[in-house]
Ligand binder design. Structure first.
Ligand code: SAH
Length: 219
């Protein structure tokens, strides 16, 4: 059976290897993560017309006024989320195209991902099915509230900008768990929140650009 992307199979293997080299040059050190990003077909998650740009280090339009994070941003956030640990249960807020979700699915036992736009969720679900990723649980909802019934998580990643760290999310983090999220409005800074025995530790990582988190759900 042929798929619409068979033609760029070999090309995408080479361009993926180059993408991984660029990630290394920019300081990504997590070898397990780099191996996953080197093998995962990112072009399957972007619009067909943009497939040839899937491995360039840039964000891409996703439709619905949303943006697909650049490979570097995905790598930086995932590396910070892992912090050198193996992940068991991860929560993602903002599934979008599902590429970040798929990267996580290779590094964690289970990934829960919440998306407010139903149509995006449908598209991502089809991609996970094509890639036979069966450890992803998707939820159509407002991710600010997390998924209390599936908590606690040892990792939480938010891929839309928040103005503050919601209590609901820190409460769903296990002790020893890590959360990575962009904070701010126009200018945003990626933050790492660690839940320790004695409380919450917060550190700023670097400047980033994300679309804002929007409350509520749409079909
Ligand atoms: N990681 C995704 C990022 C997409 S952009 C990717 O690379 O494709 C941010 C995503 O967060 C969008 O899909 C947007 O619809 C979603 N989002 C925004 N506010 C949300 C909320 N309150 N709950 C869940 N998802 C939200």
């Amino acid at each position: 059976m042929t798929s619409r992307f068979d033609g760029i199979g070999m090309t995408s293997m080479r361009t993926r290897a180059r993408m991984v080299e660029r990630l290394r040059e920019r300081g990504i050190r997590d070898e397990e993560l780099l191996a996953v990003m080197g093998s995962l077909p990112r072009h399957l998650f972007v619009d067909e017309a943009l497939a040839s740009r899937a491995y360039e280090d840039m964000s891409l339009p996703l439709g619905f006024g949303q943006t697909i994070s650049s490979p570097y941003t995905v790598a930086r956030m995932t590396e910070a989320l892992r912090g050198g640990r193996a992940l068991a249960k991860v929560l993602e807020v903002g599934t979008g195209c599902g590429y970040q979700t798929a990267v996580l699915a290779h590094l964690a036992k289970e990934v829960y991902s919440v998306e407010r736009i139903g149509a995006l969720l449908k598209r991502a679900r089809a991609a996970f099915r094509d890639l036979r990723l069966y450890n992803v649980r998707l939820k159509h909802g407002d991710g600010q509230h997390g998924i209390p019934e599936a908590a606690p998580f040892d990792g939480i990643i938010v891929t839309a900008a928040m103005t503050h760290v919601p209590r609901a999310l820190t409460e769903q983090l296990s002790v020893g768990g890590r959360m990575v999220l962009p904070l701010g409005t126009q200018e945003q800074v990626l933050h790492l929140i660690e839940r320790t025995e004695s409380g919450i530790r917060e550190s700023a990582l670097e400047s980033v650009k994300f679309v804002p988190l929007i409350p509520g759900v749409v079909s």
